[in-house]
Design a protein around this ligand. Structure first.
Ligand code: BGP
Length: 466
């Protein structure tokens, strides 16, 4: 039997822009996603945009009832900045009502809300001023955070500042999966710096108000880095990738400072961001209470194929390594590697003062899941159960080895909109039948997970191979 601690948090995660819909309704202003869809709808799978997601703005009660049915004790979503403060300054009473009702509905049904402030959804008005590249964004964010705590802090006791800050930096400034889709490492570093500073100021805002008696943390995508081999060049590449993708976020938010080695690399290559006096102290004084770890896949690297200096991209320091033995989820193209969950759990224990943390996302996106629907309309997602079993087994090993993990959240609860991929890949415990008034229907993983929650664990089946 794989057993978990008694008060373990069991639940699922999502975000406002991926579920709510009602993108420009009741006073909400556009985010970069709303505007980008207006400008280039053809980039979005099946032309489905953020105005047409899972209708949670109107159907949240239905979802919360299903959470209760599954015996879940916690759930993470985010607040849309553009709904709460459409112009960055003026409180939107309809947003206050919606979120208060939604979070209270969870509470009333035994589901603890974990609320995140930023899930890739930069307000358009702020993007027009430069987004996270502009220093003023950090003060706007701190004001938004303070407002959210004031409006919902009596109901919500666990707050996260950002979801996966690496992603809007990397996909927006070193790739084309997020707006403004430019490729510029130096600008990306500035965006990263302001994001982390905004995070620290949001932590500060929480602690400054004595009425805030809960926890504040952040949610990072932590993909453990594995070099191709033990040869010196590969190991060095691994070390730098780890500095850029993991330590720049974890050291700053947990320890309160940027790693010296990273500062040195940026200095040598004229990549240092613009900072202001006093910033260092803000980082030092505002470390987190907990970490949420989103774990999907590891990061495998090797010595850079085409080293070129001065560095214009992280590719100058390491190259991606395609491990021939990897198991892959072909729908998303992501490696499946449960051992990575154990390794990151032990890293948090050993290098990050065994800080309290939880798995805030882990899951498997599969396309055309209607193929697996049985005659009763239930999606037989046995592949998802196997995925969960294998990851939870590794997580329980890490807990037994002393890692301070307090929960597990699956991505996601009911199928949701996945950015440019829209509804291509489905991740939920429940199917969202968009063509049938967004009705929710069961997948077998929801029955399996309910029994795990109720039994505090599960009996491992023979055919799972980890
Ligand atoms: C994480 C994000 C989520 C979610 C998930 C699945 O990186 O926090 O927002 O989307 O990944 O990825 P995708 O939707 O790209 O398939």
């Amino acid at each position: 039997m794989i057993k978990f601690p008694k008060d373990f948090l069991w639940g699922a995660a999502t975000s406002a822009p991926q579920t709510e819909g009602a993108a420009l309704v009741d006073g909400k202003s556009p985010s970069t996603w709303d505007k980008w869809f207006e400008l280039e709808p053809e980039l979005f799978f099946d032309n489905v945009g953020p105005n047409d997601t899972s209708n949670v703005y109107y159907q949240y009660k239905e979802d919360v009832a299903l959470m209760k049915k599954m015996s879940m004790n916690s759930y993470r979503t985010s607040i849309a900045w553009t709904r709460l403060l459409p112009d960055g300054k003026t409180l939107n009473p309809k947003a206050v009502k919606f979120y208060r009702d939604y979070f209270q509905e969870m509470k009333d049904n035994g589901v603890e809300p974990i609320v995140n402030l930023f899930h890739f959804d930069m307000p358009w008005w702020l993007m027009e001023k430069g987004g996270w590249e502009a220093r003023e964004s950090v003060d706007h964010f701190a004001f938004y955070a303070k407002t959210a705590y004031e409006q919902f802090g009596d109901i919500v006791k666990t707050w996260a500042t950002f979801n996966e800050p690496l992603v809007h930096i990397e996909c927006g400034y070193m790739g084309d999966a997020h707006y403004p889709k430019v490729y510029d490492f130096k600008r990306a570093i500035q965006v990263g710096y302001h994001t982390l500073l905004a995070h620290a100021l949001a932590v500060k805002a929480y602690r400054e108000n004595p009425n805030n008696a809960g926890q504040v943390g952040t949610i990072l995508n932590l993909s453990p880095v594995y070099p191709k081999s033990n040869n010196e060049e590969d190991v060095k590449a691994g070390k730098i990738a780890d500095l850029i993708y993991i330590r720049s976020f974890l050291d700053t938010t947990v320890h309160g400072y940027f790693p010296d080695e990273l500062i040195e690399i940026f200095r040598e290559n004229s990549l240092l961001p613009v900072t202001e006096e006093g910033d260092r102290q803000i980082f030092e004084e505002n470390t987190v209470d907990f970490i949420g770890c989103n774990y999907y896949q590891p990061l495998r690297v090797q010595a850079p194929k085409n080293p070129h200096f001065p560095a214009t991209s992280p590719g100058a320091f390491s190259s991606y390594y395609d491990w021939p033995e990897k198991e892959i989820n072909p729908h998303r193209g992501w490696e499946i590697y449960p051992q990575g969950m154990y390794d990151i759990a032990m890293r948090l224990k050993n290098d990050y003062r065994n800080i309290p943390w939880y798995i805030s996302e882990n899951g498997m996106g599969v396309s055309e899941e209607e193929r697996f629907m049985d005659e009763n309309g239930v999606v037989q997602d046995t592949y998802r159960i196997e995925f969960l079993e294998n990851h939870l087994t590794k997580l329980s090993e890490a807990i037994n080895d002393g890692s301070n993990c307090f929960g597990y959240h699956m991505w996601t609860f009911s199928d949701c909109w996945s950015w440019l991929n829209a509804y291509k890949n489905r991740y939920g415990f429940y199917r969202v039948n968009r063509e049938d008034d967004y009705k929710r229907s069961d997948k077998t993983s929801s029955y399996w997970f309910k029994s795990v929650i109720e039994n505090g664990g599960f009996e491992k089946t023979d055919d799972s191979n980890n």
